[in-house]
Design a protein around this ligand. Structure first.
Ligand code: FAD
Length: 471
């Protein structure tokens, strides 16, 4: 016989999205219960590890809504619906204000505009993971304390497994806790399980033939349970082939000092990336997140190299808070160096003629302002391409670091799951990285993990409350 809980809203997952939704629901007078699969007091999740920057499409979240909308469209190139573009642009700032009211502190972490609103205290400037007592850890503890004050709780060690649907409406879920079945009866369910990056089967179905050759650049706790549950009750999925992540050193697979930082995006977007044949295979100018996705699609996702020269190493190599220069070699990331490209190819085991050809045609194209005529074309969307001419030359072996899946369960503007026809699945809501359609797409446009959590969490709770006639 299952233990039965009764509540207004049951939330799956106690990351930022789940705790925003639960707190907002409780604030609006609803009874809320959060299930968290981990038993640990400080359970790991991407929100615990987060860098904590509240931005919209890498712009200051407080920028004029019309400017933000333009930046989202530029980044996602029409993939995100106009309604969600407007919501991010005009209501992203509400997330910051609401979190401040919940006790979150923000600071400006650098001169870069997108880092104007960073959860305090931010991570220290050093390679590797650094979460204890930092941005996301403090936020989660704070939100849990607020939830408890509002008379609600996180039920730890409870893993949601399937949804209960009656008369076409989602009215609860079944979960397992300490080997025992439990059932939660609720007026609404919010899926906030963080995506499916931690599940090799789903990553294999949607993203790459070699899930084991990607590096988890996060907690890896999003197992796609929510996606499976939602799919089973008729919800549709969108944009599941894309992920947010960065280009990492291949050594991140066994060296914890090489993830989540430093990442090598600045080298990649300034130089070139080649495959095992020594040939370019992606538009490096489309950004590190894009290139990480393209690496994952190679026949062997562990066969890519970034090629750059001394000028790139001394320039863009030093860009970013925890840059590749000097951190990559300092903490043990492989970097080959040679006085000419043929020597570099030999050091990497690449074809001398192929790599020399790739570098020469790239340099010629830049010299003739013909980068768009290269195959694949080279854009300057995220950074200006630089020639690879000043010796010594460098090569670093790469892997794709997956932080969270950008696609997932399709939602409407109230964060309700929708079916193939766009009709809401009554009683079923989705928040945070579990939601699809809000970023990604062919251009792999990044809008922001945290703003997505905040906005979908608030909107889900507010819609549940409104539909139950709460103020
Ligand atoms: C290193 C790093 C840096 C980042 N920096 C930034 C940044 O600066 N700015 C930004 O916008 N984004 C950033 N992100 C991304 C952002 O942190 C995430 O997108 C966001 O925190 C996701 O929150 P979430 O609540 O959706 O998922 P999560 O925080 O992953 O929470 C999901 C929770 O659900 C639980 N769960 C899963 N399945 C079940 C189940 N079946 N039953 C019960 N519980 C379940 C998991 O255990 C987990 O605790 C970063 C991420 C990482 C890893």
């Amino acid at each position: 016989m299952s233990e039965i809980y009764r509540t207004d809203v049951v939330v799956i997952g106690a990351g930022m999205a789940g705790l925003v939704a639960a707190n907002r629901a409780a604030q609006l007078g609803l009874k809320a219960l959060v299930l968290e699969q981990s038993e640990a007091d400080r359970y790991l999740c991407n929100s615990r590890f987060t860098g904590g920057t509240l931005h919209v499409a890498m712009s200051d979240i407080m920028l004029e809504p019309s400017d933000l909308a333009r930046n989202i469209e530029k980044s996602t190139q029409g993939f995100v619906s106009p309604e969600w573009v407007q919501l991010f642009a005009s209501e992203g700032r509400k997330v910051v204000r609401w979190l401040q009211d919940e006790g979150a502190r923000f600071l400006k972490a650098s001169a870069m505009a997108y880092q104007s609103w960073v959860l305090a205290p931010p991570g220290r400037i050093r390679p590797g993971l650094d979460w204890e007592g930092r941005a996301g850890d403090v936020l989660l503890r704070n939100l849990e304390a607020n939830l408890n004050k509002r008379g609600a709780e996180i039920l730890r060690g409870a893993r949601a497994q399937d949804l209960i649907v009656e008369n076409g409406a989602c009215v609860g879920l079944r979960a397992v806790r300490a080997g025992q079945q439990l059932e939660v009866r609720a007026k609404a369910v919010v899926i906030a399980d963080g995506g499916f990056q931690g599940d090799p089967e789903l990553v294999g179905e949607f993203i790459t033939r070699h899930p084991d050759r990607l590096k988890q650049r996060g907690a890896g706790t999003g197992m796609g349970d929510g996606l499976r549950m939602a799919r089973a009750v008729g919800a549709s999925l969108v944009g599941t082939d894309r992920f947010y992540g960065h280009v990492l050193s291949i050594d991140a697979l066994h060296n914890d000092q090489l993830w989540p930082y430093p990442y090598l995006d600045a080298l990649v977007t300034s130089g070139i990336v080649v495959d095992a044949k020594g040939e370019r295979f992606a538009d490096e100018g489309a950004g590190g997140v894009y290139v990480a996705n393209m690496i994952s699609q190679l026949d062997d996702p562990l066969s890519a190299w970034v090629i750059y020269d001394q000028a790139i190493w001394d320039g863009p190599g030093k860009n970013g808070l925890i840059p590749a220069n000097p951190h990559l070699p300092k903490v043990g990331g492989t970097v080959h160096q040679a006085s000419d490209i043929a020597g570099l190819a030999r050091a990497c085991g690449l074809s001398e003629s192929a790599l020399s050809r790739s570098v020469a045609s790239y340099n010629d194209a830049l010299a003739n302002s013909a980068a768009q005529a290269l195959t694949p074309a080279r854009s300057a969307r995220k950074a200006t391409p630089q020639p690879i001419r000043s010796a010594p030359f460098y090569a670093a072996p790469l892997c794709a670091g997956i932080t969270y899946t950008m696609g997932g369960i399709a939602i409407d503007v109230h964060a309700r799951a929708v079916d193939e026809k766009g009709a809401p699945v009554s009683g079923l809501y989705v928040a945070g990285a579990a939601a699809g359609g809000l970023e990604g797409g062919p251009a792999v446009g990044y809008v922001g993990g945290l703003v997505k959590c905040g906005l979908t969490g608030l909107r889900a709770a507010e819609h549940v409350a409104a539909s139950l006639n709460k103020p």
